[in-house]
Design a protein around this ligand. Structure first.
Ligand code: FAD
Ligand code: NDP
Length: 313
């Protein structure tokens, strides 16, 4: 019987493993094998430089940061298996975790399986990914390649409004492509957008292709009403079309919100099942940063430790 199993491999899972390891809980982590199409280590393995994670004034590459976190988890006493968990049984304690052909029992469980940013998979995207194409303006917007360029944002939700407003600090102009003739974003956010002279919205517009040699140079767009195609000369393209939380494997056993994120009690990592804790992007659709994921990973380990000490019998 395990004390604590951690599922996931991003900053939340590793921070939880470091704290739980140091607390002598002997945690077992399942880091996944290309779970959801993302390598063990999570979303940061898909990026280049991370410049906003404290402790690295010169920046650090995303994959390297995750290798370091993994080393620290192991050093602190976590055991790590490269297996994707596709089923759990949370109906009673101890919980069951199905790992390939093995079934494990655990007294407590931390879920830190993250979320995956949605992409459009249009021509040019793969070639120019992280060379001007990004799914995180807050992470990448301040990079020199975007300075004083026309930047394109796709989406009409709160994220699109928030990120396009953020990008006006760096770009000469920000063009937001909205596929319908209304925004999904809240009224308050829409008002803020209207007052920003550097923002332009193109309604009923979708991106068809991204072009550029070494980095993004232009985006081909289409008005889906008139079918007219044009090209916008731009130095960057940011997707803000939503994320998919990695919660399908829970099979409805925990309370999720209407978009599939795990619900936690405000200010804690407690889920709807006692003894199951959730940390990182899988329960956070607002901040979605490595450092906030790490923060909630720490909270989950401390809360799991308290839970285990209270239920030691
Ligand atoms: P994730 O990083 O989402 O990792 C979870 C991982 O768990 C999954 O990827 C998978 O490998 C594994 N997993 C999933 N399901 C299972 C399963 N069933 N079994 C086993 N394993 C599983 N944030 C910043 O602060 N600074 C940045 O510069 C920055 N740049 C970014 C650039 C890009 C391109 C992207 C996409 C994101 C960026 N972010 C950045 C956001 C940051 O990566 C996330 O907020 C952070 O990684 C979330 O961490 P997490 O621990 O919740 O899990
Ligand atoms: P949303 O799902 O709310 O919005 C996604 C947007 O992308 C929609 O406008 C959608 O269009 C558009 N979209 C989706 N797929 C495509 C596609 N294939 N092509 C073009 N456009 C597409 O995601 P968000 O990330 O904006 O927000 C997620 C949640 O987080 C929301 O609940 C939001 O309120 C919350 N949030 C709150 C913030 C805050 O309060 N400060 C900040 C950020 C997020 P359509 O409308 O036509 O479906």
């Amino acid at each position: 019987m395990e004390n604590l199993i951690i599922i996931g491999s991003g900053p939340a899972a590793h921070t939880a493993a470091i704290y739980a390891g140091r607390a002598k809980l002997n945690p077992l982590m399942f880091e996944g094998f290309n779970a959801g199409g993302v390598a063990a280590g999570g979303q940061l393995t898909t990026t280049t430089e991370v410049e906003n994670y404290p402790g690295f004034p010169e920046g650090i590459s995303g994959p390297k940061l995750m290798v370091k976190m993994r080393e620290q988890s192991v050093k602190c006493g976590a055991r790590i298996e490269t297996v994707t968990i596709d089923k759990v049984d949370l109906s009673k304690r101890p919980f069951k975790v199905f790992a390939g052909s093995k079934t494990l029992e655990t007294k407590a469980l931390i879920l830190a399986t993250g979320a995956t940013a949605k992409r459009l998979n249009i021509p040019g995207e793969e070639k120019l990914w992280q060379k001007g194409v990004s799914a995180c303006a807050v992470c990448d917007g301040a990079l020199p390649i975007f300075r004083n360029k026309v930047l394109v944002v796709i989406g009409g939700g709160d994220t699109a409004v928030e990120e396009s407003t953020f990008l006006t600090k760096y770009g000469s102009k920000v063009v937001v492509l909205v596929r319908r003739d209304v925004l999904r974003a809240s009224k308050a956010m829409q008002e803020r957008m209207k007052q920003n002279p550097k923002l332009e919205i193109m309604w009923n517009t979708e991106a068809k292709e991204i072009s550029g040699n070494k980095s993004v140079e232009a985006v081909k767009i289409i008005n889906n009403k008139t079918k007219k195609e044009t090209t916008v000369a731009a130095g960057g393209l940011f997707y803000a079309i939503g994320h998919t939380p990695n919660t399908a494997f829970l099979n409805g056993q925990l309370e999720l919100d209407e978009t599939g994120y795990i619900k936690t009690n405000s200010g804690t990592t407690y889920t709807s099942v006692e003894g199951v804790f959730a940390a990182g992007d899988v329960q956070d659709k607002r901040y979605r940063q490595a450092v906030t994921a790490a923060g909630t990973g720490c909270m989950a380990a401390l809360e799991a430790e308290k839970f285990l000490s209270e239920h030691s019998s």
